[in-house]
Design a protein around this ligand. Structure first.
Ligand SMILES: [Zn+2]
Length: 327
């Protein structure tokens, strides 16, 4: 079901096929971002890619060596490398909230009553209602996914990375990107700038409301004012990798700006199962021996039982699934 719309790049005039669902997209010839109505969009940033095909091979090798050291993964083969630019919106705002409410809590007070030999100290628990009148003022950068219900491997995690690294983003430069890798797959955004701003605003309101509710037992009033300071279309370079081992395919996602493995799948091999099961048997044996010799201490067999159950569960969970996911 590929319905395409013909479109001409407003910057270099190259013809493009675009998906009618897309709200912002890039020219594959010059990289220019434009909106569905043909207007140029220049607030386009990127976490700068530093990787190439060779570095990807090194990172995959290192990942398998380090994270898969007990698994005996020999003779894997990289079958697919897809460098993609994942689309995000970053909505920056200056947000101000004023909230009023009260906080209810119990205070323990002591006071002296009576006189002479009847003089004594009494302790009482008093319920206190403290009025709360507070302000929240902050500069925010709320990150939103550019695609709806995306099934791209690792996409949700990249969102957190974009939030943390947004200040390192640079103005998008097509030539610079092409210098490292020609085949970058530009993923367009299905969410337009107005929808992004609306979602960003909702984020801020919800977040401030949540802060008010945390500070008060009851919030009487909570009003937020918002100034938009700029909305950016930010691409995060993510290399999607598939490798094959003993006929099965495993996936990895590597961040192009830092080379960090965002998420990766590793095979659960027979070697891994044997090592893992042996360790479990040893541990369970140890727990058994401990509870035998320390059986005069009532809690030892109980703790040993709990430990055995946890280890048993963990072993079953880890050795009988086909692959494990590591980040
Ligand atoms: Zn163009």
């Amino acid at each position: 079901m590929s319905l395409v719309k013909k479109f001409q790049c407003p910057h270099c005039n190259a013809p493009m096929d675009v998906n009618p669902e897309d709200a912002i997209f890039n020219c594959v010839s010059c990289g220019q971002a434009s909106l569905a109505d043909g207007a140029i969009f220049d607030n386009h940033y990127i976490l700068r890619n530093t990787l190439n095909q060779k570095k990807i091979h090194d990172i995959v090798k290192e990942f398998i060596r380090k994270k898969g050291f007990m698994r005996g993964i020999k003779g894997y083969k990289i079958t697919n490398i897809t460098p993609s630019l994942m689309p995000f919106w970053v909505v920056t705002t200056d947000a101000y909230t004023h909230f009023v409410g009260y906080l209810r809590y119990t205070e323990t007070r002591t006071r002296t009553v009576g006189s002479g030999k009847n003089r004594r100290t009494v302790t009482e628990h008093v319920t206190v209602y403290r009025p709360i009148d507070r302000e929240i003022r902050e500069k925010r950068a709320d990150v939103l996914l550019g695609r709806r219900g995306s099934s791209i491997f690792g996409y949700e995690r990249v969102k957190d990375i974009v939030r943390a690294e947004f200040t390192n983003a640079v103005q998008f430069n097509h030539d610079q990107l092409q210098a490292d890798e020609k085949e970058f797959n530009y993923l367009s955004s299905e969410i337009n700038i107005d929808a992004a701003n609306q979602l960003g605003k909702t984020h801020v309101f919800d977040n401030h409301r949540a802060q008010a509710e945390k500070a008060c037992t009851k919030v009487f009033d909570c009003a937020t004012q918002l100034t938009f300071e700029g909305t950016y279309f930010v691409h995060a370079p993510v290399w999607q990798i598939e490798y094959e081992f003993k006929g099965e395919t495993y996936r990895m996602a590597i961040l192009g700006s830092s080379g960090r493995v965002i998420i990766g799948e590793l095979p659960v091999t027979t070697t891994f199962r044997i090592i893992f099961l042996s360790l479990t048997v040893l541990l369970l044996g140890g727990a058994g021996v401990a509870s035998y010799f320390l059986r005069h201490l009532v809690y030892v067999p109980i703790i040993a039982g709990i430990v055995a159950a946890v280890i048993g569960f963990f072993t079953l969970k880890n050795t009988f699934k086909p692959k494990s996911v590591v980040d």
